[in-house]
Design a protein around this ligand. Structure first.
Ligand code: NAD
Length: 434
């Protein structure tokens, strides 16, 4: 089939490359000229395992094209996926300006039947609005359908998630686009769920809000364990063995971040408010998460009350491993708190250093490797659980540190081992070693 995917970010580029890999003719469109030029020359704008290979292969075999011209994308395709960003506005609602710009160009350029598929995460009712907007601004009077197909991929495993999704949601009550999209998605070998458009739009927010709730829930259990005694890892195992609960998303830590959970939780609370409903649970999930991001530095301050001019090592800057995405990353809160307390920061991340430089500028010192970041510091704060941080040479770490203080925001180390090595070790929801 002939498709265009508008917005060549985590969702658009990965989806476009995967559709091309399955034999479709895909035009990826982005307004960012540098990004498009880079992609044409084999430069990936993001880090995702396995992405570069399928982009290169399909660009070379002609299944995948990159352009800045949406007009060209519309002309070259029967199905147009909207995958532009929908960031949070100040009031917590989703900023739909990019969706609107795309809808306008589609309306002005389409000359024959098109299916417009919204893959971006958008508030309920956006599909109705896009449909009305295209109908109003159409230059040529042609038939079209607007469908909601929310995306569930996770950064860090986006290619494999796209190729092997748990389900595909197709939100439309019209038979023609439903059948065409069924055919397009059949090679993914995943259950297809047909819903009305509003339900599809709500499914995406409900899924993210539920997962975020599990994280904030286990983080609060961790906080109780720290105060009352207990080990949250054991508790998570104990409750997660119940199939009704499941052990997924029950890992206590320093809070969730990234491009989706923070903005989507706020957006569904906003949608609820606009519909005269107070979504108390998710409102609290957001609040708990903000507090959780501050727990690491609070623990450090209990050990080192005066951080002025003390150098602290921060390991891991991206919001989670295997991505370079720093949007709403807990490391931002951790580093901000450290700098506000007068500390100096030495940081290292295996992939996100360039992104981090954009965020922190010259406020922190960027190191070439893990041990360089630890050397001559007063404490190490492990913020993101990259594989290489889970297998440190602890004897070397202790030797490099001025004080053997290790604050582990992801419960990567065994308590007994840390005690044996002689660390002052504080993790999340587990007994501390002082
Ligand atoms: P992103 O910021 O990585 O990419 C968005 C891209 O859209 C950028 O390259 C930008 O240049 C481009 N763009 C903006 N305006 C444009 C326009 N008018 N025409 C063409 N291109 C334009 O965003 P993302 O993370 O891929 O997210 C896209 C959407 O998918 C969001 O709604 C997000 O909530 C949702 N989503 C994201 C993920 C994720 O893990 N990142 C997962 C599921 C759903």
């Amino acid at each position: 089939m002939k498709l265009s995917v508008v917005g060549t970010g985590y969702v658009g580029l990965v989806s476009g490359a995967c559709f091309a890999e399955l034999g479709n003719q895909v035009t990826c469109v982005d307004i960012d000229e540098e990004k498009v030029e880079g992609l044409r020359n084999g430069v990936m704008p993001i880090y995702e395992p396995g992405l570069e290979e399928i982009v290169e292969e399909n660009y070379e075999n002609g299944n995948l094209e990159f352009t800045t011209s949406l007009e060209e994308g519309v002309k070259n395709s029967d199905i147009i996926f909207i995958a532009v960003g929908t960031p949070a506005k100040e009031d917590g609602g989703a900023d739909l300006s990019a969706v609107k710009t795309v809808a306008k160009t589609i309306a002005e350029t389409m000359k024959e039947y098109k299916i417009v598929v919204d893959k971006s995460t958008v508030p309920v009712g956006t599909g109705d609005w896009v449909e009305e907007f295209i109908a109003e601004h159409q230059k040529n009077d042609c038939d079209f359908d607007v469908v909601s197909c929310p995306e569930f991929l996770r950064e860090g495993s986006a290619v494999s998630d796209t190729m092997n999704p748990d389900r595909i949601v197709i939100g439309t009550e019209d038979q023609k686009p439903a059948e065409i999209l069924d055919e397009l998605h059949q090679d993914f070998n995943a259950p297809i769920l047909h819903t009305d458009r509003h339900s599809a739009e709500i499914i995406k927010y409900a899924a993210n809000a539920f997962l975020a709730t599990k994280i904030s829930f286990i983080n609060e259990i961790a906080n109780i364990c720290e105060r009352a005694g207990g080990n949250v890892v054991e508790v998570a195992k104990g409750i997660g063995s119940d199939h009704r609960i499941s052990d997924k998303f029950l890992r206590a830590g320093v809070g969730f971040g990234g491009a989706c959970f923070p903005k989507d939780t706020k957006a569904i609370v906003k949608t609820a408010n606009e519909n005269d409903y107070d979504f108390k649970i998710v409102d609290s999930v957001v609040e708990v998460n903000e507090q959780q991001k501050e727990t690491m530095v609070n623990k450090l301050k209990n050990l080192l009350p005066n951080l002025t001019n003390k150098t602290i090592s921060v390991l891991g800057l991206s919001f989670k491993p295997n991505t370079d995405d720093m949007r709403e990353a807990p490391s931002r809160t951790v580093i901000k708190q450290l700098l506000e307390a007068g500390a100096k920061v030495k940081a290292y991340d295996p992939i996100a250093m360039d992104e981090a430089k954009e965020v922190f500028g010259d406020q922190i010192e960027y190191c070439e490797g893990t041990y360089e970041a630890i050397k001559d510091t007063e404490a190490v704060l492990l913020v993101t659980e990259w594989d290489q941080f889970q297998d440190l040479d602890l004897t070397r770490v202790k030797r490099l540190l001025n004080k053997p203080i290790f604050i582990d925001g992801r419960n990567c180390y065994d308590l007994h081992e840390m005690e044996q090595e002689g660390f002052i070790y504080h993790s999340v929801g587990r007994p501390s070693i002082s």
